[in-house]
Design a protein around this ligand. Structure first.
Ligand code: NDP
Length: 500
């Protein structure tokens, strides 16, 4: 691999952000300010506002007004597409800037961050096309005196609550599609990673999105996020995060106005490797699937389910790959794995590793924090002798921790893959088309990869089966998800009277 050795420098002082309501940046004023420290460097990098529930009210009111007066929903799809395409162009110009702040707040490698942000350009471009092609249906077969239409309308004011693991990517897997049909948005990024959501507000304003159509409130989940969930003027919430908070989202919806929900929650995703796979390719994929973003990824391939005949040899191949990952300063172009984003997550991963050992699994590699002089890093970790009932085989760890479970038959592999409350993603590695197709049909997951992992484009809808969530994001389904369907039955000609 062609490795560059350049390293970006840290900012001389933290960048200060306001929040964004009705097209304006609102400074902190008397409000509390969060200072975010880079998880890889332990230095302050950004300052964001701890918004209050009153700020949420203001943001929702701005979105409500923007939606109700149809300044955006009332435009033709072509006009909305023009704004989304301008946003894509402006985003392309600011890829380096967005990637830099994403890396500083999140700890992910700069090259990875740049790749993610560049990928978001395509999401805006695709959503622009979808704004023009979104359509309903007609029934011209209901008699000469009638016509029936099935129309899609934007759902209204949409709250978007996003997590800290892919702050910009997850935002852009939703916002352009939500805007495509004419909705108004109030976004609530994680308090740990708010910067790039605020930069997107600036880009959308510069692209000509009318004021009030995209608003951002920053602050904590329990205060700001919860206020949005409870708000009766919010018509729908898209929530991405833990299954635990997902439950609170459903309860808040039921308590308030039964707002429509999109939920993308946890995963405990299987990587099923058959003996007839290209084992070198599969080992690379499995290592990538667990170590990408330091395992802080809802679609991480955290459960390796491997055919017993090759299990030991394959485990050695995976360990060899994992041992060669370049973990380090995320501002270094050559780094492949960066820091653990939050202190709570760092503790949670290390606790799971201890639990794995205590419950009798064998620690085959890693299992410790890495001392790089500063920041929070965890070595890629592999457990063998894992049984399906162990905590590390069942819980989403959200770190670079792989569990290995051997199987003997295809049926057993499928059963193990489905033996989880989750159903977000899965991979199969086999050169036998019959095997690959049988497994892809039987594993219950919203995303499925054959001989690859963590792949795909913005055309493909994403979302989960079972406790991994409700609804789909991205692609045309990601636009339709944020619409309501209205049936319109039109009568013409003289009415046949019911009362003579
Ligand atoms: P949370 O579910 O708490 O956080 C996700 C988002 O929800 C953040 O924006 C958070 O805000 C917000 N939030 C938190 N509480 C509320 C609330 N009561 N009402 C509305 N919004 C709320 O996840 P954690 O950060 O605590 O991570 C814990 C675990 O969740 C991880 O270990 C991982 O297993 C899983 N997770 C899964 C993700 C996924 O992509 N599916 C993403 C992140 C985590 P804030 O951060 O400001 O508190």
């Amino acid at each position: 691999m062609d490795q560059q050795t350049t390293r970006l420098s840290l900012p001389s002082e933290p960048r200060t952000f306001g929040f964004h309501v009705d097209g304006r940046d609102v400074p902190a004023g008397e409000r509390e300010v969060f200072v975010r420290h880079s998880p890889a460097h332990d230095v302050p990098v950004t300052r964001t506002v701890a918004c209050t529930p009153a700020d949420v009210d203001d943001a929702v009111a701005a979105a409500r007004a923007a939606f109700d007066d149809r300044r955006w929903a009332g435009l033709g799809g072509a006009d909305r597409a023009a704004v989304l395409l301008r946003a894509a162009a402006l985003l392309r110009e600011r890829v380096d800037e967005i990637a830099y702040w994403e890396t500083l707040e999140n700890g992910k490698p700069i090259a990875q961050a740049r790749g993610e942000v560049s990928g978001c350009v395509g999401m805006f471009e695709l959503a622009a096309g979808l704004a023009r092609t979104l359509h309903g249906d007609t029934f011209n077969n209901v008699g000469d005196d009638a016509l029936s239409l099935v129309m899609r309308e934007p759902v209204g004011v949409v709250g978007v609550v996003t997590p800290w693991n892919f702050p910009f990517l997850i935002l852009c897997e939703r916002v352009p599609y939500i805007l495509a049909s004419g909705n108004a948005v109030v976004a609530k990024p994680s308090e740990f990673t708010s910067a790039t959501t605020l930069i997107l507000a600036d880009i959308l304003r510069a692209a000509g999105l009318p004021a009030g159509v995209f608003n951002v409130v920053t602050g904590t989940g329990p205060t700001v996020g919860q206020a949005m969930l409870e708000h009766r003027d919010v018509d729908m919430v898209s929530f991405t995060g833990s299954t635990r908070t997902g439950r609170a989202v459903v309860e808040a919806s039921a308590r308030s106005n039964f707002k429509k929900l999109g939920l993308e929650l946890g995963g405990k995703n299987p990587q099923i490797v058959f003996a007839d796979a290209d084992l070198d390719d599969a080992a690379d994929g499995v290592a990538f699937g667990i170590a990408f973003n330091s395992g802080q990824c809802c679609v991480s391939g955290s459960r390796l389910i491997v055919e017993r005949a090759v299990a030991d040899a394959f485990a050695r191949k995976v360990a060899d790959k994992l041992a060669r990952i370049r973990t380090g300063d995320p501002l270094d172009e050559a780094t492949q794995a960066g820091a653990i984003t939050t202190e709570a997550q760092n503790r949670a991963i290390l606790d799971y590793i201890e639990k794995g050992k205590a419950e009798g699994a064998t620690l085959a590699m890693g299992g410790t924090a890495m001392d790089l002089g500063r920041g929070r890093f965890i070595a890629p970790t592999v457990f063998t002798d894992v049984t399906p009932d162990m905590t590390i085989a069942r819980d989403e760890i959200f770190g670079p921790v792989l569990t290995i479970l051997p199987f003997d038959t295809l049926d057993e592999a499928v059963e193990m893959a489905n033996d989880t409350e989750y159903g977000l993603a899965a991979s199969v590695w086999s050169k036998d088309i019959d095997t690959a197709m049988a497994v892809s049909r039987r594993v219950r997951a919203g995303r499925f990869w054959v001989n690859t992992t963590l792949a795909g484009g913005p055309e493909l809808p994403i979302g989960g089966f079972k406790a991994s969530g409700w609804g789909r994001e991205a692609g045309m389904m990601g636009v339709e998800e944020y619409t309501q369907v209205k049936s319109v039955h039109i009568a013409f000609g003289p009415r046949q009277h019911w009362i003579d």
